[in-house]
Ligand binder design. Structure first.
Ligand SMILES: [Mg+2]
Ligand SMILES: [Zn+2]
Length: 204
């Protein structure tokens, strides 16, 4: 069984710049690829879970969301990092495009995207799962799927921490950025590992 990190996209892996109409405007936060690569090397699954309402709002077609994700993947791969899977919610109940303007079970903090990942990908260890994101809805997603919650201060994260955006949350850890978040996760897993080894030894 592999630990799994559910990663938000905007403001967590790439710079938060609002709705991205021009694909070339999607750019990685410094250190994001190296951080994902660290998870890859530690055999930890990396799964993107992202709310993308631009299509539902009529800003662009749903295929544009795929192009943005392709751009993200190619930027990551150029630096030796990969995502095990990508899921996004294109829905918004109050959107303009009827087909996407529904109340769904996958818009974070609803756990639909995470549930899909567990159904699709074998061998993910729910007891060693993490959500990393810059919004209160990411932190609430973690609570809703039994994962540890890490709020990054990039993107909207600082505003969430200050109580200026969304609502107040209590993450398991507040990280300066994705680099800090991944280092915390690796340490947390190590701690669990050595605790497991110790209890194994005392039980024998
Ligand atoms: Mg975000
Ligand atoms: Zn949805």
């Amino acid at each position: 069984m592999r630990p799994v990190v559910f990663l938000d996209r905007d403001g967590t892996l790439n710079e938060e710049i609002g709705y991205i109409h021009d694909v070339s405007m999607l750019n990685l936060i410094s250190g994001a690829a190296e951080s994902v690569a660290k998870l890859n090397q530690a055999n930890i699954a990396t799964v993107l879970v992202s709310n993308q309402t631009g299509a539902a709002r009529g800003f662009y077609g749903e295929e544009h969301i795929g192009k943005l994700n392709d751009r993200l993947v190619s930027l990551l791969e150029a630096r030796g990092a990969h995502l095990d899977a990508i899921y996004y919610c294109p829905h918004l109940e109050t959107g303009k495009v009827p087909a996407l303007s529904i109340k769904c079970d996958c818009r974070k903090p609803e756990p639909g995207l995470v549930k899909r990942a567990y159904a699709d990908i074998p061998g993910l260890d729910r007891s060693r799962s993490y959500v990393v994101g810059d919004k209160a809805s990411d932190i609430e997603l973690a609570k809703n799927c039994g994962a540890k919650a890490i709020l990054v201060k990039t993107g909207y994260g600082q505003a969430v921490t200050d109580g200026r955006y969304q609502w107040k949350v209590e993450p398991d850890y507040t990280a300066n950025n994705i680099i800090d978040a991944v280092n915390w996760i690796l340490k947390d897993l190590e701690k669990q590992n050595s605790a497991g080894l110790q209890s194994g030894a005392s039980g024998s």
